[in-house]
Structures are given as structure tokens and as C-alpha cells.
Design a protein around this ligand. Sequence first.
Ligand SMILES: [Fe+2]
Length: 271
Amino acid sequence: MKQPELTKEHLFDYDTNRFHFAQLIYDILLGDYEGPALPLEQLHTMGKPSHVLTFSNDQNLYFHHKYYNSPRLPMLLKVYRDFIKTVIAPQFVDSHLVVQAKPTFRIHLPNNTAIPADIGGDPIRPGLHCDADYNHPDVEVNFWVPFTQCYPSNTLHLESQPGKRDFRPMVLSNGQVLRFWGAHCLHHNQMNDQGPTRVSFDFRVMNKSDWDTIDPAWLKQMATVQHKLKLTLGDYYMLYNKSTQQFSHHCKNRVSRGDTNPASTAAISAP
Ligand SMILES: [Fe+2]
């Protein structure tokens, strides 16, 4: 990796007035809700049907569909691109970056997980995995952004270095971002037996020169085990040019999957 320092865990703050993700997500999920006013962390009290997330039924709750199909989502994606330009891109040295086109929405309801609970084979660490297990490239850097207060029962648990297994709960607040090497640092959830609900999104970024080191043959095979969809530039990823400050869905090396549904695009993410 061109910048090995990016594999080190890093916590930082951002301006929630400029990047008002929590309000945008509130509007998406609750803008047309006619019941009593609810904070995001009390979404579970709406009483929507739910199931424990599993490998075969991930990203498939009422709230995921509400988010990915919302007419308000393009506004959030506009702020997301501004966030990439302003906050994330300066952390990378290349002039061109490969960026997850749409952040993956997560909701961690009570008595549930935010990632498939049945992967990893460790009953006390539901969802234990690293993203490389799901065909994500080694050179990818993860950003994890919660919009509600996190607690040990509703947050991401992460080891500090690959193989160290010193799992710690990432107790962040709205306005904070965790950067980590999710490709190789194991992470998991707990069954949320304390409540309240956690709402977050996460995305992945890499220097274009690192992307270019990926074997093209392997690139064409980059598909999740679950969905058989391609993690390609033009679909899952977009290209950002620092000089022009433009994003493009560059199609070189693209393997078409004939599906541009935003919910499906999000569903190809690693857990
Ligand atoms: Fe992951």
C-alpha cells in the first residue's frame, strides 16, 4: 500500500453543520412519519417488522428499503461527495482516488446486529469478519460514520491490528469518523441487548495507484460470495479527480452487471 499509515486506526471529527448527515437521514427515515417525534436512536419504537440480519438476508429491513429508495437520497449523496472532497480526499496522496460510490447504510436495532449475525463462526462475536473475506482489496481503507451515540452493545468492535484479536467497542458520537483497515482488521458486532438503535454509514476509499496494482484478472473476479456482483469502478466504486474536483464512473475494466439499483449497489458491500 502506498500509504501504510492509513492502515492505522484514526478517529477524527467533522463539521456537522456543513455535513448534516444525521438530519438528512432523519428526513429520509422519518420525514413522512406521522407519529410522535422520535430521535434516530428510538427508530425501533416505530414497531416495523424486522428479522435478525443473516448472510442471506442482509440490508433487507424496512429501514434499508426506506433509505435506498428515498427521493431524498440524492441530496445525501451530494453532501457525501462534498464530504469526500473536503474531509476524506486530503488524507490520500494520489491525485485520483477510487471511492465507494454510495455509502453503505447500517442500522443496529435492539436484539439485532447491523451486519450478518451468522457469519464468522464465533457465537460471542456475531458477524466476525474482515472485508478481504468478501473479496475487498487489501489496499482499501474503511471509514465508519455513526449518526447516533454508540454504546458497546450497538457499535462496531474492532481489533487494532490484523491478528491481534484485542477487540474493543468503537464508542463514537455523531460528528466523529473512524478510519480503519477493514480489509484485514477483524471486526464484529454484539447482539444489541441494551438498546438504543445505532444508525451509521460506512464507505471505502483507496489511492488510484493502489487500485492499479490489483491484478486485472482478479479484479474481474471481485464479486461477493453472496450476490455474485462485481466490485468494479463504475459500479461499486467511482473515481475522484482532485484537480477537477469531479467524480466519474470511469468504465475502464468495467464488468457490467446490468443493475444500477441503489439498494442492490449497497448490498454488494462487505458486511
Ligand atoms: Fe466489514
